[in-house]
Design a protein. Structure first.
Length: 202
């Protein structure tokens, strides 16, 4: 039986924060996650859309970007500022401004959008991917857990839901408040993304 895509998105939204929180709490003396697994190579490289609701400069987005670039090509399209709580809203009342964001080294294209996360996803699919099919959408890593009643309000989840509505497998990621180490969470996120890509590209 084929599992509905929207159900997979909700399942990941519930499970990913818990999974990542467990990773950040490794036993003392445990080897780094990067030493315990290898990300699989994909050929041809997939295109991964990365967005969030904390804004283009958020530490969580920058941390997971580094790890996702090991899996394939990454297109970053994120709000220009923090738009937490935007859910799946769209900016319809005025033109949307898009700016290219410089990054060193300049590997993945990055765009800043003055609109909510769902608008970022729509722009990426319709314009910024330049006709290329997006294989996976990753939203996060959100600062603070998205659980329970937070889920329908979350812009992080809203972006994943928009991607799923457009037929793109999607993952929403969040990390509990108080977690100081982003790298283990980013590595765990990449492992989850790798599994999603294997399922979607097999």
């Amino acid at each position: 039986m084929k599992i509905p895509q929207w159900l997979l998105v909700l399942a990941v939204c519930f499970l990913a924060p818990f999974f990542i929180a467990c990773i950040t709490g490794q036993p003392e003396g445990a080897p780094p996650i990067s030493d315990t697994f290898q990300l699989p190579p994909f050929s041809p490289p997939p295109l991964i859309l990365l967005t969030n609701d904390d804004g283009i400069d958020a530490a969580g987005l920058r941390a997971v970007l580094v790890e996702l670039e090991k899996l394939g090509d990454v297109l970053v399209v994120a709000p220009s500022r923090n738009l937490s709580g935007a859910s799946q809203s769209l900016k319809l009342d005025e033109p949307v401004k898009v700016k290219v964001v410089a990054r060193e080294p300049p590997r993945s294209p990055m765009y800043s959008v003055d609109g909510p996360p769902a608008t970022c996803v729509l722009l990426a699919v319709e314009h910024l991917a330049k006709g290329r099919r997006i294989d996976l959408a990753v939203s996060g890593i959100n600062k603070g857990e998205n659980l329970g009643l937070d889920i329908p309000c979350s812009g992080t989840v809203g972006a994943a839901r928009m991607a799923a509505d457009l037929g793109i497998p999607a993952i929403a990621l969040s990390l509990a408040y108080g977690s100081k180490e982003l790298r283990p969470a980013a590595e765990a996120s990449a492992r989850l993304a790798a599994e999603a890509l294997k399922q979607g590209m097999s």
